[in-house]
Design a protein around this ligand. Structure first.
Ligand code: ADP
Ligand code: MG
Length: 576
């Protein structure tokens, strides 16, 4: 059973596994590595995931969901084909597809996965990611932070010495910066910073605005279809600049042919406001890490948007030297996850390669505010960016005379008032009735490497109560219900069990034949596979019908062959 590493991205997801001492990417039946993190519902057919769903984003916006990772851990719901789905369920569909693609690619069952999440993901987002994996039939012992995975990939490729890295992960909708220190076999995240609303989509939006400006159009004045067409053109043109120095943009809007030219200099200009925001994030993370830009050995470019030359140009100016590019920037996180999967598979766990992480947010409890008694304030226990694992113990005293009980409310966040933060849970414990300020309790927060928080509260009589947060898994009944739903999701034609069985028979014929017949079977396999992978309904049906017809023909041929071999007479007696 294989262990795979999965980069479950906002825009694209992909997986890697460990083979012969290195991470290898997993491809789908068409040879593609990236699976768009998009889910759609197709009338009379069911749920589709990936490229097929992405294509429907424009034409069937109401029945298609994208970028749901941004809403992981929230109450946001999507309605697709009349069915309500949470971001967790949609993520489960993406993971299910990845698991099946991997099983198909590796020809073995996938049981376990290492999944990456943004370093700033909170407890709810992390536990929803784990639940999504559980629904998708994957065991997840460990979630790792995306920048840790990127740093690991970087260490695998180029790092032996002690290094301070800044991981710059510029994706479709988000930018994440992480300050990482690497020494010996330890990879330690010192600080994280980022913007949840700054990514390739914003660049596309800026290009759309530029295009409209050049053509004297108001974006709002365009129909939904036209807006979608311009957005698509903007993304294509932006990506086109990776290989061409200039791209001509052209699209018909309201019966008029609209045009503009996009080149590096124009794009640089368009991106200026975004670059200003990025610069602010650099200042923020350097302050948090108590460092300066000259102390960074390498800046590692990660994410699809890091492919843009203008981004590289901006970072080079900011740093005063060239950033590091490790091959395809949108695959680095998955390669790191695959490397970590290798570590797990070899059972060496973190002894060999220690990944320490930081707590991306402050964890604390609500305490009474002297001046403002009806509003509790947050008393931090574990500060944002503290290195994990870590444990903290603090003593708190009662505020009411002869109070019999204390309720310890646990929060996460950076807000001053407790209630403005995310409420995680509550522990109630008896206290010895005494005048205010004399009875006490001790609260211990232990935050482990998997982002699981254990809170223990103890009173003067050494009575203890505990709570474990972010380690919720689904009940058997819930899991059963979700698994049933997953079975409804459409598989690509070539991965369907009946087509797999059929292809296996052709392969058997191939192995048992020689010469001209073998060539003919190879040709058949080729044609059937091409048809099944074509993505076009008619060709898929043709391939399936053709295959059945050929199989029948070959079976008949085989019968004739046997009759000839045994002169017809023996066959019956021999076989029955
Ligand atoms: P995420 O981590 O958000 O899932 P990715 O790292 O895959 O996403 O990045 C997706 C973004 O990268 C999209 O906005 C896409 O337009 C952009 N992108 C992909 N290829 C290129 C390219 N060649 N040039 C510029 N941008 C690109
Ligand atoms: Mg990503």
């Amino acid at each position: 059973m294989a262990v795979i590493g999965i980069d479950l991205g906002t825009t694209n997801s992909l997986a890697a596994y460990w083979k012969d001492g290195r991470a290898e990417l997993i491809r789908d039946e068409n040879g593609a590595v990236l699976l768009p993190s998009v889910v759609g519902y197709v009338e009379d057919e069911g749920f589709v995931v990936g490229e097929a769903a992405k294509e429907r984003l424009l034409t069937h916006a109401g029945d298609t969901a994208a970028s749901f990772k941004c809403f992981m851990g929230t109450a946001r719901e999507y309605t697709l084909g009349g069915k309500t789905c949470t971001p967790m369920e949609l993520s489960a569909m993406v993971l299910e597809r990845i698991r099946k693609n991997a099983a198909f690619y590796l020809q073995e069952e996938i049981e376990e996965a290492v999944i990456t999440v943004p370093a700033y993901f909170n407890d709810r987002q992390r536990s929803d990611t784990k639940k999504a994996a559980q629904i998708a039939g994957l065991k997840v012992e460990r979630l790792i932070n995306e920048p840790s995975a990127a740093a690991l990939a970087c260490r695998m490729q180029c790092g032996e010495e002690d290094q301070t890295l800044l991981v710059f992960d510029f994706g479709g909708g988000t930018l994440d910066l992480s300050y990482v220190e690497c020494f010996d076999n330890v990879i330690e995240i010192i600080a994280v910073a980022g913007d949840n609303h700054l990514g390739g989509d914003d660049i596309d939006r800026a290009v759309v605005q530029y295009f409209c400006r050049e053509n004297g159009l108001e974006e709002e004045g365009l129909s939904v279809g036209e807006q979608a067409a311009v957005r698509k053109l903007a993304e294509q043109s932006k990506c086109g600049l990776s290989t061409q120095s200039e791209v001509r943009m052209e699209v018909e809007l309201g019966g008029r042919l609209c045009r503009a030219v996009l080149n590096e200099d124009i794009l640089f200009e368009i991106c200026m406001p975004l670059f200003a925001k990025i610069k602010q994030l650099f200042i923020h993370i350097l302050e948090d890490a108590d460092s300066r830009i000259s102390q960074i050995d390498d800046l590692v470019m990660v994410g699809g948007s890091s492919k843009l030359q203008v981004v590289k140009r901006f970072l080079t100016e900011l740093l005063g030297k060239e950033p590091v590019v490790l091959g395809d920037t949108d695959r680095v996180v998955a390669m790191g996850a695959g490397a970590y999967a290798g570590i797990r598979q070899r059972g060496e766990e973190i002894r060999d390669m220690l990944l320490t992480d930081v707590c991306p947010f402050t964890l604390g409890i609500g305490v009474t505010n002297r001046n403002h008694r009806d509003k509790n304030i947050l008393s931090p226990m574990i500060e944002r960016n503290a290195t994990l694992p870590m444990s903290v113990r603090n003593r708190f005293v009662t505020t009411g005379d002869y109070q019999k009980e204390i309720s310890v409310k646990i929060y996460q966040g950076e807000e001053y008032y407790a209630d403005d933060n995310i409420f995680l849970g509550e522990v109630r414990i008896d206290v010895v009735p005494k005048p205010a300020g004399q009875a006490w309790i001790e609260v211990q927060f232990t935050y482990d490497i998997n982002g699981i928080l254990h809170v223990a509260v103890e009173n003067e009589l050494a009575q203890q109560k505990q709570i474990l947060l972010a380690n919720q898994t689904l009940s058997e009944a819930e899991l059963e219900r979700y698994r049933k739903e997953m079975e409804q999701i459409m598989l690509p034609p070539i991965q369907k069990p009946e087509n797999q069985r059929m292809l296996a028979r052709f392969i058997e014929y191939f192995e048992n034949s020689v010469g001209e017949r073998r060539e003919r079977v190879a040709e058949m396999i080729d044609q059937i596979t091409a048809g099944l992978c074509s993505g076009r309904k008619k060709e898929i049906r043709n391939a399936e019908e053709m295959a059945l017809h050929w199989l029948e023909q070959m079976e008949r041929e085989e019968d004739i062959q046997e009759i000839l071999l045994f002169d017809g007479a023996l066959k019956g007696d021999w076989l029955e």
